[in-house]
Ligand binder design. Structure first.
Ligand SMILES: Cc1cc2nc3c(=O)[nH]c(=O)nc-3n(C[C@H](O)[C@H](O)[C@H](O)COP(=O)(O)OP(=O)(O)OC[C@H]3O[C@@H](n4cnc5c(N)ncnc54)[C@H](O)[C@@H]3O)c2cc1C
Length: 199
């Protein structure tokens, strides 16, 4: 899978700290704070469980090559915004399928591919017979790959990473959550550092 961080709030840690400081100030940003002062405050906010300031920074990702199965799990996160490649308008290619490692290890790789080829052949036959893509897609496997944009705020990214990056989460969405975490913690370390397994 490909996970690309496209855009994010400018100086996200500064924005989060600035929003949090209003609770003790009469006006907006009364003085300049250093990045280290911002990080110190963010660590305190985390410890206090004061999460609303984390909503003042957001990021947009482009994700390519996850299965529709993974997509179904991801889109359960209601506070994120999504735009997903349409199977109504875009024809699915046969090779665009995720093959889980466990299937390969079980020695079912070849049969799995045969099953995909069969369903894809029928998909193509349906298209050739004039069946619209929106109906022909019913024949495609849940492992079919898709691409999407996802945007949400840092509070929700933390929540997604906590739930989906854990051991109980399914491997594909866990890989995605780990990818989000790696890129976000590079850009805003104080916000995400406690979620890293090496922290
Ligand atoms: C290991 C694992 C196994 C799962 N298994 C299943 C399963 O078998 N079947 C299944 O259907 N789902 C399953 N899920 C999905 C799960 O039930 C949630 O739908 C998904 O994780 C989204 O979480 P959320 O609702 O906390 O988050 P989000 O939608 O991301 O919301 C973030 C937070 O906002 C608040 N919030 C959002 N909407 C509301 C609301 N309407 N009312 C009150 N508070 C709200 C909550 O505090 C919520 O935690 C599983 C998830 C995990 C991680």
């Amino acid at each position: 899978m490909k996970i690309e961080l496209l855009r994010h709030t400018e100086k996200p840690e500064s924005m989060i700290a600035q929003a949090a400081r209003i609770s003790h100030q009469t006006t907006g940003n009364e003085k300049d704070y250093s990045p280290e002062e911002d990080r110190e405050l963010i660590r305190k906010l985390r410890n206090w469980g004061h999460w609303s300031p984390f909503e003042f920074a957001s990021a947009t990702f482009y994700v390519e090559g996850i299965s529709r199965s993974c997509l179904a799990q991801l889109t359960r996160h209601r506070l994120a915004s999504f735009m997903v490649r349409s199977m109504r308008y875009v024809k699915q290619n046969q090779e665009e399928v995720v093959i889980p490692q466990s299937v390969k290890e079980a020695g079912l790789d070849e049969e799995y591919r045969e099953g995909i080829t069969k369903s894809h052949d029928l998909y193509q036959k349906a298209l050739d017979a004039g069946v619209p893509k929106e109906d022909a897609r019913f024949l495609l496997p849940i492992g079919s790959k898709t691409s999407l944009y996802l945007k949400t705020n840092f509070r929700e990214f933390r929540h997604i990473i906590e739930l989906r990056g854990g051991e109980e989460a399914q491997w594909e969405i866990r890989e995605l959550a780990e990818g989000f975490l790696a890129r976000l913690s590079e850009m805003a370390p104080a916000v995400f550092e406690d979620l890293r397994k090496d922290s």
